[in-house]
Each structure stands twice: as structure tokens, then as C-alpha cells.
Design a protein around this ligand. Sequence first.
Ligand SMILES: Nc1nc2c(c(=O)[nH]1)N=C([C@H](O)[C@H](O)COP(=O)(O)OP(=O)(O)OP(=O)(O)O)CN2
Ligand SMILES: [Zn+2]
Length: 121
Amino acid sequence: MFYVTKEFIFDAAHNLVSYHGKCEKLHGHTYKVQITVVGEPAEEGMVIDFLELKAIARSKAIDLLDHSYINEIISQPTAENIARWIFERVSPELERENCRVYEVTVWETPTSSAKYRVGEI
Ligand SMILES: Nc1nc2c(c(=O)[nH]1)N=C([C@H](O)[C@H](O)COP(=O)(O)OP(=O)(O)OP(=O)(O)O)CN2
Ligand SMILES: [Zn+2]
């Protein structure tokens, strides 16, 4: 089994709602996103072509978030909720005979991240 990961960067603004602390105020982050696909290589020796993974991730998720006010897309834009939203947007496009999305990690700052996988606690 192979785990294939592609990384993305985007900039966006957000504020946390029903939250008391500095993050209730409007502020921005340079987010890092890692999307990991798990599977077996197909005939050409690839689990998923990085170029295809990049195109799907950008068109279904990353380009929508880049330079956005994320609250207009995700009502409570924590790193956790952003990771799940990205996972759910890209998964249908990446469900193949040989592979599927394994996890999405969102880094809100260089020291803070949330990882989403289906069916694990
Ligand atoms: N579990 C979560 N906790 C917090 C989230 C979140 O998405 N999930 N988000 C925030 C804020 O949005 C905040 O911007 C992030 O705060 P923090 O990591 O403290 O950022 P700093 O730049 O202050 O981090 P340092 O590297 O420690 O300086 C809050 N909590
Ligand atoms: Zn924040």
C-alpha cells in the first residue's frame, strides 16, 4: 500500500464564532494543506498522478478558499472544519478502483494543524 501526498498553500481571512479570545476577531493565515491518497499503483506505476491530484484539489477546494473570507464558505472555519470540508469536496473525484483519499491535514500556522480521516476516532 502506498500513501501519496500533495501539498498546497493558500491565504485567507477568517474569524471564529461563539469563541472568546483573539481568534474571534477577523484575521488571516497562510494555510498549508496536505492531501494524502492511499492505494496501489495502476499500470503506469502511479497511485494517482500528482498533476491530476493538483488539478482536482485546486478546482474543487483550494481555489475557492484562496483569498476568501472563509466564514462565507464554512460557517465555523476551524482547521478541523476546513480539513473535513476539503476532504468531502475532493473525495468523490478521487474514489477510484485503485485508490481513495486517506487524509487531509490543514496547517493554520506553522505550529498548529488538524488532520481529518474518515471512520477513525
Ligand atoms: N483546535 C483548534 N483550536 C484553535 C483553532 C482551530 O482551528 N482549531 N484556531 C484558532 C485561531 O484561528 C488562531 O488563529 C490560531 O491560533 P494559534 O495557533 O494560537 O496561532 P499563533 O500564531 O498564536 O500560534 P503560535 O505559533 O503559538 O504563536 C485558535 N484555536
Ligand atoms: Zn485563525
